[in-house]
Structure formats: structure tokens, C-alpha cells
Design a binder for this molecule. Structure first.
Ligand SMILES: [Zn+2]
Length: 243
């Protein structure tokens, strides 16, 4: 902005205000466009955790089903073993006796192997259940954080809308204050150079395209008493005072 003690051509002053409003409007529109995406990205984090939780839950269910099968197989095997053992005292021949003993041994080995698999599954399921508890805790935290951040972003959205409303009023005021000819210049330049139309000269350069201005133009622009355009980018130039 131009130093307050400087006399500035009225059109130029209004154009500088118009530019300030337009630049901020562009910034706000950009920020507003970014917010829904940011919210969606945060939602995805929660969704991913939920998918992990569901996958682990299904794994636990599968283990439980397998465990149930093993429990039944063990019961059947135990029953078979009991029958075999009941028959032992009634055996008369040695050959039949040894055959039966072999059956007992086989059944005992099968039982031991089933018991081993059962406890392995138990351990695995217990580990997964513990993990599920942890994941659940994390999810509750993530959801809370998501809701908080989402609310903050939505509040920011409302805030930006209010600012936008104020800026549009400022813009209207600036537009009303500019002579029609100057305003049509602004619109013409904006059609190619938006959002930057009115730019400061600093250290002898146009801050729009950074070209070094001819010395006489720089001197003229510094007076701020009429509208000058940059010879290269055609933007409207003004002088804001020394830093
Ligand atoms: Zn320029």
C-alpha cells in the first residue's frame, strides 16, 4: 500500500484498492477450494484404520472357527481312544493286543497334535484381540481428532466467506470510485494478467515482470499523479514509497 502521507491520483488510489481486494479474493477462493480436499484426506485416514480393524476382526473370527473345528475333532478322538482302551482287558491274543496298543498310540499322537494346534491358535487369537483393542483405541482418537479438525475447517470456511463478503463490498466501492476509462484498462489488463494488474515499482523495477524501468518512467511513476503502464507486461504501475 502507498504511504499515507503521499498524494495519489484518485483513479490510481482506487485501482490499488481494487487490486488489493481482488488479490485477497483470489487467495480466499483458493483456500476455500482446498478445504474440502483437506477434509477428505483426513477422512481417508480414519477409513484406512477402520479397514485395518475390520480385517483383523475377520482374522479373529476365522481363528475362532478353526478352533471350534479342532475342539470337535479332539472330542471325537478322545471318544475313540476311550473305546479302544475299554476293549483292551477283553483281548485274548497277543497279536490283537499289540494291534490295539498301536491304535491307542496313534490316537494319543493325534490328540497331542490337535492340542498343540489348538494352543497355537489360542495364542494367535489372543495376540490379535490385544491388537484390536489397541487399534480401536487409536481409532477413537483419530475420529475425535478428525471431528475436531473438520469443525475447525468448517469454521474457517465460514470465516473466509465473511471476509469475502467484506472484500466484495470494498471492491464495489473501489470500482465506483474509478473513472470508466481507467476501469476498462484494469479489466483489459486483468483478462491477460490476472490476478496481478496493479503493481508496485521497487528499486526501479516493475514487480509484476521484474524488468528495470527506463529512468524517466521510474521518475514519472514515483509521482503517482497519473496512470503509467509497464512497457513489458503492460501492468499499471504505482510507487509505494521507500521501505
Ligand atoms: Zn512489468
Amino acid at each position: 500500500m502507498v504511504a499515507t502521507d503521499m498524494a495519489v491520483n484518485a483513479d490510481l488510489k482506487a485501482l490499488i484498492e481494487l487490486q488489493a481486494a481482488d488479490s485477497r479474493i483470489v487467495e480466499i477462493e483458493r483456500e476455500k477450494a482446498r478445504l474440502p480436499e483437506a477434509i477428505e484426506a483426513m477422512r481417508q485416514e480414519v477409513v484406512t484404520s477402520l479397514a485395518e480393524y475390520d480385517a483383523a476382526s475377520r482374522q479373529v473370527e476365522l481363528l475362532e472357527a478353526r478352533h471350534e473345528v479342532i475342539r470337535r475333532e479332539r472330542a471325537e478322538e478322545e471318544e475313540r481312544l476311550a473305546h479302544t482302551q475299554e476293549r483292551l482287558p477283553n483281548i485274548t491274543t497277543q497279536k490283537a493286543y499289540y494291534a490295539l496298543l498301536k491304535e491307542v498310540e496313534t490316537a494319543e499322537r493325534a490328540l497331542a497334535s490337535l492340542a498343540e494346534e489348538g494352543s497355537r491358535i489360542d495364542a494367535e487369537a489372543a495376540e490379535l484381540r490385544a491388537k484390536l483393542v489397541e487399534v480401536k483405541k487409536g481409532m477413537v482418537g483419530e475420529e475425535t481428532l478428525f471431528e475436531e479438525r473438520k469443525a475447525a475447517m468448517e469454521a474457517e470456511f465460514v470465516h473466509l466467506d465473511k471476509e469475502l463478503e467484506t472484500l466484495r463490498k470494498k471492491r464495489q466501492k473501489a470500482v465506483a470510485a474509478v473513472a470508466p476509462k481507467a476501469l476498462s484498462s484494469y479489466k483489459r489488463i486483468a483478462s491477460r494478467r490476472a490476478p496481478l494488474v496493479v503493481v508496485e515499482v521497487r528499486d526501479g523495477r516493475c514487480t509484476g515482470c521484474h524488468i528495470l524501468l527506463p529512468p524517466q518512467l521510474y521518475v514519472d511513476v514515483k509521482r503517482n499523479d497519473r496512470i503509467h503502464l509497464c512497457g513489458q507486461c503492460n501492468r499499471i504501475l504505482y510507487y509505494a514509497g521507500e521501505e
